[in-house]
Each structure stands twice: as C-alpha cells, then as structure tokens.
Write a protein that binds this ligand. Structure first.
Ligand SMILES: C[S@@+](CC[C@H](N)C(=O)[O-])C[C@H]1O[C@@H](n2cnc3c(N)ncnc32)[C@H](O)[C@@H]1O
Ligand code: SF4
Length: 300
C-alpha cells in the first residue's frame, strides 16, 4: 500500500469563553485541548505557537504504531510535531447569519473586541510562520465579518506566500469589495462561495438572516467572480443540501443549470452532515443522473 499523504492540520476555535485547539491526522488520530480564553489571550504569539506544536497525541503509542503500520507511515510526524502542522484552520463564532444547516453555536452577535483581536493575531502570525503554508481563516464563522482586517490579512499572507483557503457566504461583500478582491492583488486566495440555491425564497430559508436583496447581491458576486476567477488562486462553490429546505429535486437541478450555463464546473454538492436530518438525504434520485452532473460528497 502506498504511504498516505499525511494530513497535517490544526484547527483553532475561538470563542469568548475558551480557545479549543485540535489536530487531525490520518495516522496520529485527533486530539483536542480546550483552554480558557483569558489564558491564551495573555500569552505571547510565540507561546501560543509553542502550545500548538506541543499539543499531544490522543492515542497511545501502541495504537499509533499499529495504525501507522496500516498506512505504511514513517511516523516522523509523531516524534517531531514541529514539522507536523502545515495547515492552520481557525473558526470564530462570529457570523452575520444563522444558517439552517450550520452548527448551533455559531451566533449572530458581534464578537467581543478581545476575541477578534486574538483571532487576527493568530491569523497574521500564522502566515508569517515558515512551518505553515496554508491558513483557513473560517472553518466556521464568517471571514468577512471584519472586512478591513480580512483584506489586511490577505495582503499580509500574500507577502509571505501563504495560501489562504476560505469559504464565505458572500453576503457581506458589496460591488466595491468584489472589485478589490478581483484586482489581482489576492492571487494567493482560494475562495469557496457558499450558494445553496438560486431561488431567493429558498436561499433565504437556508441562509437565515439574509434578505432577498442579499441573495441577489450573492448571485451578482458569483457571476463577477466566475468571469474573473483567474484573478484568484482558485474559485469554487459549495452547495449544501438540507432536508426540508432546498432538498427539492427541481431546485437542485436549477442550481446545477445555473452553474452549467456559466460553463462553471468547480462546484460541489454536499449532504448536510452532523444534523439529525442527515438520513433523509439518502433518497434514490440522488444516485442516478443527478450524481453524474454534480461533484457529490458526504462531508466537507
Ligand atoms: C461553516 S461554513 C463557514 C464559512 C462561511 N461562513 C460560509 O458559510 O461559507 C463552511 C462551509 O460549510 C458548509 N456547511 C455548513 N453547515 C454544514 C453542514 N451541516 N453540512 C455540510 N456542510 C455545511 C457551508 O455551507 C460552507 O460552505
Ligand atoms: S454563514 Fe457559514 S458559519 Fe455562518 S451560520 Fe451560515 S454556514 Fe454557518
């Protein structure tokens, strides 16, 4: 068996109470540690990053060795964790929406100032660290909630040749922001747009908190980015299928039709995961012609 591509990833979730660090690796398993917000906030950047590198592995050495053998992995990542994480993902709970399918803990209130400060301190330092080549600034939460700081961070990442890979709901970006994004300055930015429906009334049920006007702004943003996608590192669209809202054959076909009519093929359809309604999306019509047209996936 070929050696796996080691998945080197650390995720940080910041909220006003705690900061949670988790590492995810195919061979070494997952581990997470939750630390009171104030403790992390008062640390220097170097201390925070030492903390990330030293995060212990959850599995016992015996488990790790067995699992490593399964994958024919050299295991150097276990003894030298410093070389391990090359992707850093960060989540906040700050978001302008409260989408039907998303985690409950994402909330729409304005994040406190200190939480925002810590988030951007870690982001900005991450892109300067040679060990980290990719930063994902919004695994959960909305990256463009803090637009000015988000663009500053993109520029900082560009200076250090760091890839930024982030999903956005696109609702916060107006025409000027899209022009800035497509100016050619951010060719280190791989953007994932979340568009679950091209029917405004369905879109707004999925993306709770967005108005029909927001939906039209999102569609407009999508068209402009598709036309100028060469200005970015990459551009793709995620569509989440959620029972009771956009799990409607005609609507999904309409969404695919819009992508196809733009001659855009970098879109992915996901079944909503980690929700009690997940089971309902196992209907037969998913498995036929429809699946051939969509890049279909169970998780993201
Ligand atoms: C959690 S969001 C964070 C980034 C940004 N706020 C956005 O909506 O794009 C990241 C991606 O996860 C998707 N998503 C949200 N809830 C999901 C679920 N239950 N199952 C699968 N994907 C989900 C979103 O549609 C989005 O494409
Ligand atoms: S915009 Fe993204 S993070 Fe915010 S609630 Fe929706 S899916 Fe979740």
């Amino acid at each position: 068996m070929d050696s796996p591509k080691c998945i080197n990833k650390v995720d940080i979730v910041i909220d006003s109470e705690n900061v949670t660090f988790s590492k995810c690796c195919l061979t070494c398993s997952n581990n997470f540690i939750r630390v009171p917000f104030k403790e992390i906030y008062s640390m220097t950047e170097d201390q925070i990053f030492k903390f990330i590198w030293d995060l212990p592995s959850k599995k016992s050495d015996k488990d790790i060795i067995e699992r490593r053998q399964d994958f024919n992995c050299e295991g150097s990542c276990i003894t030298d964790w410093k070389n391990h994480p090359n992707i850093l993902g960060i989540s906040t709970k700050a978001c302008n929406l409260k989408c039907a399918m998303c985690r409950d803990e994402v909330y729409t209130s304005k994040t406190i100032q200190q939480e925002k400060e810590l988030y951007f301190r870690i982001l900005n330092l991450a892109c300067q660290r040679p060990e980290i080549d990719t930063v994902v600034p919004a695994v959960f939460g909305e990256f463009f909630m803090f637009k000015k700081e988000a663009f500053q961070f993109l520029s900082e990442a560009k200076k250090h040749n760091t890839l930024v890979y982030s999903a956005t709901n696109l609702t916060i970006l107006n025409d000027d922001d899209i022009s800035e994004l497509l100016s050619g300055k951010y060719d280190n930015f791989a953007l994932i747009a979340s568009i679950d429906s091209f029917t405004p009334s369905i879109y707004t049920q999925m993306r709770r908190g967005a108005s029909c006007k927001d939906a039209f702004q999102v569609y407009k943003n999508f068209s402009r980015i598709v036309e100028n996608k060469s200005k970015l590192k990459d551009f793709r669209v995620n569509t989440v299928i959620f029972p009771g809202v956009n799990f409607i054959k005609e609507d999904i076909e309409n969404t695919l039709f819009v992508f196809e009519s733009h001659k855009f093929d970098n879109y992915f359809l996901f079944k909503a995961v980690q929700t009690p309604l997940e089971e309902y999306t196992k209907e037969a019509w998913f498995t036929e012609d429809f699946q051939k047209r969509a890049h279909f996936s169970y998780s993201y």
